[in-house]
Design a protein around this ligand. Structure first.
Ligand SMILES: *[C@@H]1O[C@H](CO)[C@@H](O)[C@H](O)[C@H]1NC(C)=O
Ligand SMILES: *[C@@H]1O[C@H](CO)[C@@H](O)[C@H](O)[C@H]1NC(C)=O
Ligand SMILES: *[C@@H]1O[C@H](CO)[C@@H](O)[C@H](O)[C@H]1NC(C)=O
Ligand SMILES: *[C@@H]1O[C@H](CO)[C@@H](O)[C@H](O)[C@H]1NC(C)=O
Length: 510
């Protein structure tokens, strides 16, 4: 029946509420409920380095500039960028910082296009960087546009949007750089042969990264530094689930293995979605096991995919880093989505590579907003890559071994089941590997709420940890969650190979 329009509307507001809920949880991240908090622990890294070469200036406008640049990590860069701006108005300075960042990104893209390598792994990483820096540029342009639209009085939602978009740009940088970390790990000889090229790129990217970090700091600390008004009633999520469940979705296209739909594969259906269309596109994937790798690209917005249930509609593949060491981890995903406002429900995503095959992602999202409802994610190492943006996982089932919920995203896992499984004999399990980032002002972190953590099968022998932090500001909160006796040691935390120290926990056992 014509439930179409009202449904569209209620879903939209549902999604919007979800983001608010995601936000609330990021506020809760700092609240008393914390079971595990992994935080700013780096010492002697760039996070701690403050410029010492600040010049002594006396006049009023310079003092004001100083008070603004004081909140940034790269204050020398801040001075040199903003010194020439004929204003001390924070709004004007912030905008000027963004405009400089945009110009810098155009230059980086030009530089990238000239870099050539004959090595497959390096080539592939350069391609990833090109895409990521291009995406960061889009995010910066979008930030300027939105900022200009918002005018002088910004609501906390506006503030979050700008912070989210700038966070997104920083994650793009980290994703690009992680590509070279992967080359180093999986193809060391190529890494060595290309060390000069990689160094020159990193050097070239430095200023852009500093400008984005500074812009985010100025925005967060100066322009966005108001106390947030949070409507507590939004914490009650039951109404939003109801509105989603009661929605009878009308598919634009149907995928059916048996030929009774418009397409027989999900990839063909995704290819048929118009680009840059703001209207919703609904794909119904009928019962069946689909052996394919699906990618919903950035320019395909508002896509809704629904199946017939996690036991019935299954997308499965087995791409992994051992067999394909030249690709980035996110490129191993069985299902990957980058287009914003994505919703998926009642489906299962599997990566069958197995525990001996290294990183092998079942589901990856770096969509600016995505909702996964009643879905299952089944894999081993790196099952679920919550890469970037705001993500809500509701009533989902997640199974894996090492780092099986990981990434930079601001993600909430609500009413989920999280099930570590037996890896290879010498391996261990880490349920989360949140990336956080190296900057304090990013919106990033996982909240696991009202969920259950228990073994996938009886024979789970491996040491299992709640998580390991991947960066200085990695943050995971586990609250109102039942954890069965499977977490190793009193704290359930495992250090990484990186320079991250052991966290202080509010509760030493549970
Ligand atoms: C900037 O920071 C320095 C050292 O943290 C402090 O001495 C100075 O007063 C600050 N300047 C302003 C204008 O806030
Ligand atoms: C700076 O701004 C002031 C007032 O807005 C203006 O009078 C002055 O000419 C400007 N100076 C420059 C160098 O643009
Ligand atoms: C999907 O179908 C609906 C009607 O059911 C239509 O309004 C909408 O424009 C379609 N989406 C796209 C992207 O074509
Ligand atoms: C979600 O969590 C709440 C609180 O623990 C519980 O009452 C409810 O039954 C759960 N719902 C589902 C579908 O798991």
């Amino acid at each position: 029946m014509e439930s179409g329009r009202g449904c569209e509307k209620s879903q939209r507001s549902w999604i919007r509420r979800c983001w608010t809920v995601v936000e609330i949880f990021s506020v809760i991240l700092t609240a008393v409920f914390m079971l595990v908090v992994v935080k700013s622990l780096l010492r002697n890294t760039e996070c701690e380095v403050k410029s010492s070469s600040r010049r002594i200036l006396t006049d009023e406008s310079t003092k004001r500039l100083e008070s603004i640049c004081n909140v940034t990590l790269y204050s020398d860069q801040c001075y040199s960028t903003l010194m020439s701006v004929n204003s001390t108005e924070p709004r004007v300075l912030f905008r000027a910082s963004l405009v400089t960042a945009v110009e810098e990104h155009v230059k980086i893209l030009g530089f990238l296009s000239k870099l050539v390598s004959s090595e497959e792994s390096v080539k592939s990483s350069l391609k990833v960087c090109d895409e990521m820096i291009g995406d960061a540029l889009e995010s910066l342009k979008e930030t300027i546009e939105r900022f200009d639209e918002f005018g002088k009085v910004m609501t906390d939602v506006d503030i979050d949007e700008i912070r989210g978009t700038l966070t997104y740009a920083i994650i793009d940088y980290e994703t690009c750089l992680e590509g070279f970390d992967e080359v180093k790990e999986f193809d060391f000889s190529s890494y060595q042969r290309n060390i000069e090229l990689i160094k020159s790129l990193k050097g070239y990217m430095k200023k852009g990264k500093e400008l984005v970090s500074n812009s985010l700091a100025i925005f967060t600390k100066i322009l966005g530094g108001f106390a947030k008004q949070v409507d507590k009633s939004l914490l009650d999520s039951s109404n939003m689930v109801e509105s989603l469940m009661s929605c009878r979705l009308t598919p634009n296209v149907t995928v059916a293995k048996d030929g009774t739909g418009n397409y027989q594969t999900l990839s063909e259906a995704v290819a048929s979605i118009p680009e840059n269309s703001k209207s919703r596109f609904v794909i119904h994937v009928k019962e069946g096991k689909y052996f394919e790798n699906v990618n919903v690209p950035r320019k395909k917005y508002n896509v809704v995919v629904y199946g017939d249930g996690i036991q019935k509609t299954i997308v499965s593949s087995n791409i992994n880093k051992i067999d394909k060491p030249n690709i980035h981890t996110y490129q191993t995903a069985t299902f990957s989505v980058s287009g914003r406002w994505f919703v998926v429900r009642d489906m299962k995503f599997v990566n069958t590579a197995g525990p001996g095959k290294g990183q092998a992602v079942a589901f990856h999202s770096d969509a600016k907003h995505s909702v996964m409802y009643r879905c299952a994610f089944d894999g081993f190492q790196d099952t679920l890559y919550a890469h970037a943006g705001r993500q809500l996982y509701k009533e989902c089932d997640i199974v894996g071994t090492i780092d099986f919920i990981f990434g930079h995203a601001a993600a909430v896992f609500q009413n989920c089941t999280i099930r570590p499984r037996q890896p290879l004999p010498k391996q261990f399990n880490t349920i989360t590997a949140q990336s956080g980032g190296n900057y304090a002002n990013m919106i990033s972190g996982f909240s696991i709420v009202n969920s259950k953590i228990y073994p996938f099968q009886e024979d789970l022998m491996a040491k299992t940890y709640l998580g390991r932090p991947w960066n200085a500001y990695s943050t995971v909160v586990v609250m109102k969650t039942q954890i069965e006796k499977l977490i190793d040691s009193r704290v359930g935390f495992r250090g990484t190979t990186r320079r991250v120290l052991r966290p202080q926990l509010p509760m030493e056992s549970t």
